[in-house]
Design a protein around this ligand. Structure first.
Ligand code: ADP
Length: 664
């Protein structure tokens, strides 16, 4: 499958790279003359006006016949920049001096083209640095910006133009006057192309269509990957890839046929050139970040920092400086770009050896991209004359990328599905564990209930006989005392057994026998078994007059609940402490508050003390006997009455249990 994808990429890219090659080697101009008499435009296609042009440094044509001083005539290679070209000046005394031409300045280029027969010709006028006027057979054919001998009067412009030339005779004289003050390099750095009128127009249509196709692909891919990132933020690679696509999308419209200038004819030179540079200067680090997000272990962090530093510095220069200065940084950025490309290939090879996901696919796509990057750098430096292909290389790369990112997404999707499956499995596991715990809880309660039941029968016997022993007058005093101890312990055990049995009863939703009772009576019933405890701990009871308060309840259960709370208020109190009972009626609810002056309860236990078998681990808890059922039962009973219970306390000082009950 992967091999198939790679193969498709190779075929597509070679198609893109070869589709504009012409069939015959075109002739070059020699000493200002381009002989095209043997060139058959019909068969051989379009031809570049390349080679040796006549060159007049610091001269503009004068008069109707566009006269130029023959004395300063020189030859220069086209396409190429005039920077570094040596011109000779002869003084009046005959002394010859040499001048190396700088980027800024003006000059005229001239070429005679010999043709076999007059054919209707079309011409493609490229962008030159940075304004020019073109004359054909002494007639002004086109003006790009305004040429001038001073910077102030010149107006730079950048666009690509397709025109037709009306020809009489078998030769054409082309004169191009150029001035440059806005670019670091000046001159005819691009080729003029002539051919049959229809063929030139066909070329324009082909170029524009291809560029718009590429721009469309880049735009859609950019938006698509940004949306992917928006929906799934953990993976940063679609973010960088999306930004990168959009930057190159903009660059595609700004370079080549400069379609953005067709769309926006008033787009200024300075904005256009700044945007073109920024798309490159920001595109490089964004691309590197993309690479890093995919292969963090393979990408060198120091190189990453260096690239970000240079890119941001150069980008700032583009924003701050005039174009003449910031265009000087291009060479440095192209070196960095070459470095990034080579480093990228190296990182990907490392990734392949480390068996990283998609490193092979990435590498194949990137190789094509890299070839077009290198081609473009060499072409822009006039080392080779092939044309710009980076956008096409990028399309090949994008196909590889899309495949890779889709693979990553489908893996993430599979992972998510797997995670969902595991989560569901675990949910079921937790559910069955919960059910098992509940079942075991029920079994335990049943077991305890059965056990309590079984224990209760002999316990009643022990309880009864021990009481008899304490009352038997003939028995020695010590025996009576033992009997009393047995009687007390059996009583306690009996009440635990009752609690355990009540737990099961309450959980099987016991039927309540509800009737109106006087609260006074209920409290008295609750306090009765607590009398010995109250005496033992010398507790002061503060109970208001309850004779007017009535409660509809199951008297046995309700007095048990209140009794449990009161018992705790006594046993967890200080010796000589106080227990206060208050009753308030607030609309349809009745509040019963039981306060003590005891050890208090830490806030973290406010909920837990109402759990089954829960006791706070304290020294006093060890002294006070109990199984942790008192408050659980109180809560359950009050809930069965439609009420609730809560606690507030000041540790070491007091506790208040608040019972809330509906009046009816
Ligand atoms: P037990 O009958 O074993 O005391 P309870 O369910 O009645 O069990 O009480 C649970 C725990 O709550 C007790 O162990 C005790 O630590 C704490 N507690 C209950 N009432 C009070 C109170 N009034 N003051 C301080 N602690 C209390």
């Amino acid at each position: 499958m992967k091999v198939l994808v790679c193969l498709k990429l190779i075929i597509f890219s070679s198609f893109l790279l070869t589709c504009s090659n012409s069939k015959q080697i075109p002739p070059k101009a020699v000493k200002g003359v381009l002989d095209l008499r043997d060139w058959d435009f019909e068969k051989d296609g379009n031809v570049n006006l390349d080679g040796e042009w006549e060159f007049f440094w610091k001269e503009f044509p004068v008069g109707e016949n566009l006269e130029l001083p023959e004395g300063v005539k020189d030859y220069i290679s086209v396409p190429g920049v005039w920077n570094g070209h040596i011109v000779r000046h002869t003084s009046e005394t005959g002394e010859v001096t040499e001048e190396e031409i700088p980027g800024k300045g003006y000059a005229t280029y001239k070429l005679k083209v010999l043709l076999d027969k007059g054919v209707p010709l079309g011409i493609r006028l490229p962008e030159l640095g940075s304004s020019y006027s073109m004359y054909v057979n002494n007639i002004l054919l086109y003006k790009s910006g305004t040429i001038a001998v001073t910077e102030e009067r010149s107006v730079p412009y950048r666009n690509v133009k397709y025109l037709s030339m009306k020809l009489e005779g078998q030769s054409i004289d082309i004169v191009i006057a150029i001035s440059n003050y806005q670019n670091t390099s000046g001159g005819m750095w691009n080729s003029f192309k002539i051919g049959r009128h229809e063929s030139i127009l066909k070329m324009r249509d082909g170029n524009v269509s291809l560029e718009l196709f590429i721009a469309g692909v880049l735009f859609i891919k950019g938006i698509y990957h940004l949306s992917l990132f928006y929906l799934r933020r953990e993976d940063k690679s679609p973010l960088y890839f999306g930004i990168f696509c959009l930057l190159i999308f903009l660059r595609t419209l700004l370079t080549g046929e400069r379609y953005l200038h067709i769309l926006m004819s008033d787009l200024s030179f300075s904005l256009s050139i700044a945007l073109e540079y920024l798309t490159l200067y920001l595109g490089v680090p964004v691309f590197f970040e993309f690479l890093y997000s995919l292969y963090p272990n393979e990408v060198n962090l120091l190189i990453r920092k260096i690239i970000i530093f240079f890119s941001l510095t150069f980008s700032s220069l583009v924003i701050i400086l005039p174009s003449y200065y910031f265009t000087k940084t291009l060479i440095a950025m192209q070196i960095i770009l070459l470095f990034v490309t080579i480093n990228g290939i190296y990182s990907l090879i490392k990734g392949m050896f480390a068996k990283r996901i998609g490193a092979g696919t990435f590498l194949v796509g990137f190789m094509f991209f890299a070839i077009t990057i290198i081609n473009d750098i060499l072409h822009s430096r006039n080392i080779i004359n092939t044309g710009y292909y980076v956008s096409s290389g990028l399309v090949a790369f994008i196909f590889a990328q899309s495949y890779l990112l889709s693979a990553r997404f489908s893996m993430a999707f599979t992972d998510a599905k797997e995670a969902r499956r595991i989560a569901e499995e675990q949910r079921q596991l937790v559910q069955s564990a919960k059910e098992e715990i509940e079942r075991l809880g029920r079994t335990k309660d049943e077991f305890l209930a059965n056990l309590s039941h079984e224990i209760k029968t002999p316990l009643v016997t022990i309880y009864g006989y021990s009481e008899l022993i304490t009352q038997e007058e003939d028995l020695p005093e010590s025996t009576k005392e033992y009997g009393a101890e047995i009687y007390k312990s059996a009583g306690m055990l009996n009440s635990y057994m009752d609690d355990v049995l009540l737990v099961t009863d309450l959980e099987t939703n016991l039927q309540l026998d509800k009737k109106p009772y006087s609260l006074k009576e209920l409290v008295e019933i609750s306090l009765q078994p607590l009398e010995p405890l109250l005496r033992e701990k010398e507790i002061q009871l503060s109970i208001p007059d309850l004779s007017g308060s009535t409660i509809i309840c199951d008297s046995v259960l309700f007095s048990r609940a209140i009794g449990n709370i009161l018992k705790n208020a006594i046993v967890y109190n200080k010796t000589g402490g106080t227990v206060t009972l208050e009753v308030k009626q607030k609309g349809t609810i009745q509040e019963i508050s039981i306060q003590d002056t005891g050890i208090g309860i830490e806030s973290e236990y406010y909920e837990k003390i109402f759990d089954k078998f829960f006791r706070i681990d304290s020294s006093l808890s060890y002294e006070v006997s109990g199984v942790g059922l008192g408050l659980f039962l109180a809560k359950r009973i009050l809930e069965l009455h439609g009420g609730s219970i809560s606690v507030r306390s000041e540790v070491g000082k007091s506790s208040e249990f608040l019972v809330v009950l509906p009046v009816n």
